[in-house]
Design a protein around this ligand. Structure first.
Ligand code: PMP
Length: 419
């Protein structure tokens, strides 16, 4: 197994886990697609949900549904307790204070919140926002929007040929004009795991604020945000067994206190008059409007589920599946894996000579196999790789070694059809 990357607790293999029983907790994985058992290798896109999460959402709507924080009636207080309970569960899961966690619709919202509320008022002409070549569009476009308004520019750190991020290259890019460095924890295309702690240390030394996109890290490995030393950490719930439309931004309390909200409405205020408005404290000032209450109840259940399973076990399981898949794929002639950084996560982008990525994915779908093909919301990375599209197989702990075998056999078969 690969050595654990920086900022991550070490993984251990626990033979006591019955992974078949774990898999059976995900009802959707029992269905068929085109008359074949579903094989789901698209967890980097969105994760499947265990029954405990589906039941929690169902139970909320059946028994507790009400709006949060506004009502004094029983249901209102049950809903508020459930919602705030989820915030606490999530905070515990990533080892931060619950009053430093802004609940929102996901990473995209979280990164936009930093861009509009923290960065825009603090950036001026000549300032530089540093990001890496492998960012998802959600960690590129918000910065372009605010940079254009502030007269700031964006500087891109390139990758090593294997897709890893070299700390010396980052250091060289951290000139005095750099105000903010935003980067992914784990690449959704290459699987590269970045050395978050070391990168944040370098940034802090130079007074550069750090923003980490944790979308692809939290679902797959233990992450202790407090230990990373970043200023902001964004993540999404639907990739970590939770419902869609859930996620969070963690920010140090002093950042939250100093940030102006960019979205106004109910819940985020203390007092409103036509002469002016005072805002609520902490994360609440950034949570205007009715939130996805049932979604967060589901995410709270998802976090409880993952905690019980143990994220170190999840990581070890996925690393074993990744090693198996990589070895099998390497035996296919003309198949090229993009992203081979040491310690990478279980995301495998690949190309097969003579076969278009979309054609491969379409034929695999007919075999009941779900993978993603395309540009994975990372146009600049694919341009740098010099490819129009890739196939991407992304794994989760609920996948099996039998599925790896079946996937590779199907890939060999459809490849022959396209030859
Ligand atoms: N960053 C990365 C690395 C991602 O993989 C994704 C989701 N594909 C996002 C950001 C955006 O997440 P969301 O759509 O949940 O906001």
């Amino acid at each position: 197994m690969n050595a654990p990357a920086d900022g991550l607790r070490s993984a251990t293999v626990d033979p006591a886990v019955d992974w078949d029983a774990v898999r059976a907790e995900f009802p959707l994985l029992a269905r068929e697609v085109h008359g074949k058992p579903l094989l789901y290798f698209d967890s980097a896109n969105t994760g499947q949900k265990p029954a405990v999460v589906i039941d929690a959402v169902n139970d909320f709507y059946r028994h507790h549904n009400a709006n949060v924080s506004r009502a004094v009636h029983q249901l209102g207080s049950e809903a508020t307790d459930a919602y705030e309970g989820a915030r606490r569960a999530l905070a515990r899961f990533v080892n931060v204070r619950h009053d430093e966690l802004v609940l929102c619709s996901g990473t995209t919202f979280a990164l936009n919140l930093v861009a509009w509320s923290w960065a825009l008022p603090r950036l001026s002409a000549g300032d530089v926002i540093l990001l890496t070549r492998m960012e998802h569009h959600a960690n590129i476009v918000p910065w372009q929007l605010v940079a254009a308004r502030a007269g700031a520019t964006i500087r891109v750190v390139d990758l090593a040929p294997d897709g890893s991020l070299d700390i010396d290259t980052v250091r060289a890019a951290m000139t005095t004009e750099v105000r903010l460095f935003t980067f992914t924890h784990v690449s959704n295309v290459l699987g590269t795991v970045t050395p978050v702690r070391a990168l944040c240390r370098e940034a802090r030394r130079r007074g550069i604020t750090t923003v980490v996109d944790g979308s692809q890290a939290l679902p797959h490995r233990p992450v202790d945000i407090a230990a990373l030393g970043c200023d902001f950490y964004a993540f999404t719930g639907h990739k970590m067994c939770g419902p869609t439309g859930t996620g969070a931004l963690w920010a140090r309390a002093e950042h939250l206190a100093a940030m102006e909200p960019f979205m106004g409405g109910g819940e985020m205020i203390r007092e409103v008059s036509f002469d002016g408005t005072t805002y609520n404290d902490g994360p609440y000032r950034f949570e205007a409007g009715t939130p996805n209450i049932a979604g967060f109840v589901g995410l709270g259940a998802a976090v409880g589920y993952l905690e019980a399973l143990g994220m170190a076990r999840v990581e070890a399981r996925e690393q074993a599946l990744l090693a198996h898949l990589t070895e099998e794929l390497q035996s296919i002639e003309g198949l090229r894996i993009l992203g081979t950084a040491p310690g990478k996560a279980a995301v495998v982008s690949f190309l097969v000579d003579g076969a278009h990525a979309h054609d491969l994915a379409t034929l695999l779908d007919l075999e009941g196999i779900a993978i993603r093909s395309g540009q994975h919301c990372a146009h600049p990375l694919l341009a740098w790789l010099g490819v129009a599209a890739t196939c991407r197989a992304s794994l989760a702990f609920y996948n099996t070694h039998e599925e790896v075998e079946r996937f590779v056999a199907a890939l060999r078969k459809v490849r022959m059809l396209l030859a």
